[in-house]
Design a protein around this ligand. Structure first.
Ligand SMILES: CC(C)(COP(=O)(O)OP(=O)(O)OC[C@H]1O[C@@H](n2cnc3c(N)ncnc32)[C@H](O)[C@@H]1OP(=O)(O)O)[C@@H](O)C(=O)NCCC(=O)NCCSC(=O)C[C@@H](O)CCCCCCCCCCCCC(=O)O
Length: 719
């Protein structure tokens, strides 16, 4: 797993071999230990180059080994032996040097990188810290502030930035190994004493305490309960204040706490879940590896509201030529300005030219005629969308994929208005579409494997985490959101306040609680949907109790708020009060509190004390229960799909792994027992009734989340 060869007579070349990213598995570590020993022993060798096979230096420790019995030589002494070696060692970095891979390179005496290489210490995003000496060597090399930035964010840097920071000694456009071999020969025989980072002091920093205090405060705030970023700061502080051996002890101690934590398990699960969703399969048998994606060089976006504009920007950023269409002149002119502005700002940040020439504008649907793929993003109204699809089907060239950005309407019904329903899929983006990572690709029963593969591939090119889901009202994300929001409203009826509910959810790790989030998205959106579903007052049959709809408990609270013209941030009032329409800072609103009191009095409801546990359990478990129903219905292929959707699209805290992973951590039996308890207390809320799949999983011994797919398959095959 590490190949030894001799090049240029006296240089030992050690090549890591563990495709696809040369991760430091036990076998690779053993290979490195053996080959380094051999190179140091061999009298004919006077210097060493370490590189990775297939143009990739090393993606770090083998994450698949975590959580299992560790075997093979440990990383820390292995890297120490390299650093202590009396012959010069150079890391030839191509592709990536990440985590343990960069730590290995930091143990070498020199580092030479290809200009396209990326380097970083991303352990924090796996719930860990760079514990193979990275937290101690990097600050000694580049100073505390830069090291803190890289280690607490886990961000990757380009070779050019690495050179500027001093992480690498040289950047080349040529063959990196050849350059490294030449270089190492030029330093052979020299003392490497000054090149051993562990022997260097950390560059001194005035106001060390103040710097760490400030950083710790910022990190704690943005971590939202994640423990790894905090431990990363503590480890770098050890580098800045302790001699190297004690610093290493501290690094080990901190890693010991992180390594076995639930958060590390959750974050590592997220890493693999993000990759698993790319390997989609559908109930029809269509799969990612047998379905051919078509190339998309020209796209059209229909409807240039907020979503259409964001989608246009995201496509142009990807290098796709876009025709942006809106039949309303005023909207078109505003969109032109907004899209150009967004593209310019993004280009300025990147230091490149904005791709303005890729976007063309039109007020005529005919302009979409020769597009390879069209994304409809008109107002969320079925009749309007049906008419657009009918027209597009007549206008577009044969073979154009027709996609809808609907957030929950029936994709199959739209497909039925076209001549080729197999070319229709949903591409559900999340606002702002050029920023948010999630894309739900909604597959109707008639969507062809080719259409699904094309939408998935385009999403990936746009930098999205694309998740293939089935067609049902709300798909996956919004379908699960509905009972969650509903519970929050019921809790208000029973005595809670928006502040209490939001605080509990934010303490859990959500960026925003449900009420703050609703104010941000606009309360009128849900109101319009409830009106269309005939849930709001004028369409309710006479004599129907106001808190019952379609035979189940209903809370008209949100409707009443909307009737007051309180649509959230945009109107300056919603569940909270804002300084002005469009204001961002949510303040408690005394009006809302008296409104809730009056409401309860009017309906004979007596406010009771509601504790944090009840808020959390009712909101989260009802959402999780719907997740199980979605799995049982085959709308999502596995728990990873649901979790990726919630982490990347709904602000679910990544260090909690996603709702389904969280359920497995809490214990399925516990979730079931609490749902049963709440359903008994609220028999008129069907969403609280534990789903069949949850019961089945508990009955089969609550297998780990990675094995749920098998249980689901078995369950379905028995039907
Ligand atoms: C590398 C990438 C940037 C490549 O991206 P790309 O898009 O090209 O490809 P994919 O992401 O799709 O990946 C392809 C393929 O490869 C798999 N993979 C990638 N990286 C790894 C990896 N590091 N390990 C295993 N597998 C990997 C990926 O899953 C894909 O597989 P598939 O089957 O889907 O094809 C990108 O992949 C990337 O970003 N990778 C992760 C990089 C990273 O985060 N590296 C850091 C790893 S953690 C680390 O290095 C830790 C070290 O600092 C120190 C470790 C010291 C350990 C000491 C343990 C002491 C424990 C003490 C505890 C004591 C407890 C007690 O007391 O008992």
């Amino acid at each position: 797993m590490a190949q030894y060869s001799r090049v240029a007579g006296s240089v030992a070349l050690i090549t890591l071999q563990n495709p696809p990213v040369n991760a430091l598995s036990a076998a690779v570590r053993q290979g490195i230990v053996d080959t380094v020993e051999r190179a140091l022993r061999d009298p004919e060798v006077n210097s060493v180059v370490i590189c990775g096979q297939n143009g990739k230096f090393c993606g770090g420790a083998d994450i698949k080994e975590f959580g299992r019995q560790m075997s093979g030589p440990p990383l820390v002494p292995m890297i120490h032996a390299i650093e202590a070696g009396h012959k010069p060692m150079v890391a030839a970095i191509e592709g990536v040097a990440l985590g343990g891979g960069l730590e290995l390179a930091l143990g070498c005496h020199y580092r030479i990188a290809h200009s396209k290489a990326r380097l970083g210490l991303p352990e924090v995003s796996l719930g860990l810290l760079p514990a193979a000496g990275g937290s101690q060597r990097l600050p000694r090399l580049i100073g505390v502030p830069a090291a803190l930035d890289l280690i607490t964010t886990g961000r990757h840097v380009t070779a050019a930035e690495a050179l500027k920071l001093g992480i690498v000694d040289q950047v080349t456009d040529h063959n990196t190994v050849d350059v490294a071999v030449k270089f190492v020969q030029s330093v052979a025989g020299q003392s490497m004493d000054s090149r051993r980072l562990s022997t260097r002091p950390c560059p001194s920093l005035p106001n060390l305490d103040a710097v760490f205090e400030g950083v710790m405060q910022r990190v704690r705030q943005s971590a939202r309960g994640a423990i790894a970023p905090v431990a990363c700061v503590q480890a770098v502080r050890a580098a800045a204040t302790l001699p190297y051996p004690q610093g290493m002890e501290r690094e080990k101690e901190l890693m010991g706490t992180l390594f076995t934590s639930g958060q590390a398990r959750a974050l590592q699960y997220c890493f693999f879940a993000q990759r698993a969703v790319g390997k989609w399969s559908l109930p029809s048998g269509a799969r990612w590896d047998t379905s051919k994606a078509m190339p998309i060089s020209k796209a059209a976006v229909i409807g240039l509201g907020t979503m259409g504009r964001g989608i246009t920007v995201a496509l142009a950023q990807t290098g796709v030529s876009v025709v942006a269409v809106d039949t309303q002149e005023r909207q078109l002119a505003e969109a032109k300005q907004a899209v150009s502005g967004m593209l310019e700002r993004m280009a300025q940040k990147r230091g490149s030219a904005p791709p303005l020439g890729l976007v063309h504008y039109s007020n005529n649907l005919q302009a979409a005629a020769d597009a390879d793929l069209v994304i409809e993003a008109v107002f969320e109204d079925m009749a309007l969308k049906e008419s657009v699809f009918q027209q597009l089907s007549a206008i577009c060239k044969p073979g154009t994929f027709l996609c809808t950005n609907t957030s929950g309407l029936d994709v199959d019904r739209l497909a039925s208005h076209t001549r080729r329903p197999e070319l229709v899929v949903g591409m559900h983006f999340f606002a702002p579409a050029h920023v948010m990572k999630l894309l739900e690709v909604v597959c109707g029963p008639r969507s062809s494997p080719e259409a699904v593969a094309t939408a998935m591939q385009l999403g990936k090119k746009m930098g999205k985490v694309s998740v293939a889901v089935g067609n049902c009202p709300g798909f996956v994300g919004n379908r699960m959101l509905k009972p969650y929001v509903e519970q929050a409203n019921f809790l208000l009826e029973e005595g809670a306040t928006p502040e209490l509910v939001d605080q509990v959810l934010e303490d859990f790790g959500f960026a925003m609680g449900v009420f703050r989030m609703s104010d941000l998205s606009g309360l009128d959106v849900g109101w319009r949907i409830r009106k269309a579903d005939k849930l709001t007052d004028p369409s309710v049959p006479a004599g129907q109790p106001v808190r019952v709809r379609q035979g189940r408990r209903y809370s008209p609270l949100a409707d009443l708020i909307c009737e007051q013209g309180r649509f959230g941030q945009k109107t300056g009032q919603g569940w909270y009060h804002y300084d002005k329409p469009g204001g961002r800072v949510a303040r408690s609103d005394p009006w809302l509190h008296s409104f809730l009191e009056e409401y309860r009095a009017r309906h004979g409801l007596v406010a009771r004390h509601i504790d944090h546990q009840e808020v959390l359990e009712r909101c989260l478990y009802v959402l999780i229960n719907e997740g199980f129903r979605i799995l049982d219905d085959g709308i999502a292929a596995g728990p990873e799909d649901i979790d990726a959707i919630y982490v990347f699209g709904y602000g679910w805290p990544r260090h909690r792994g996603g709702p389904m992973f969280y359920a497995s951590m809490v214990g399925l039996a516990r979730v079931l027992e609490r749902l049963e308890h709440y359903h008994q207390a609220h028999p008129d809320v069907p969403h609280l009734q534990p789903c069949r799949l949850l019961r089945r999983l508990v009955a089969s011994g609550s297998p780990p989340v990675q094995r749920w797919r098998e249980v689901i398959k078995r369950l379905h095959s028995q039907l």
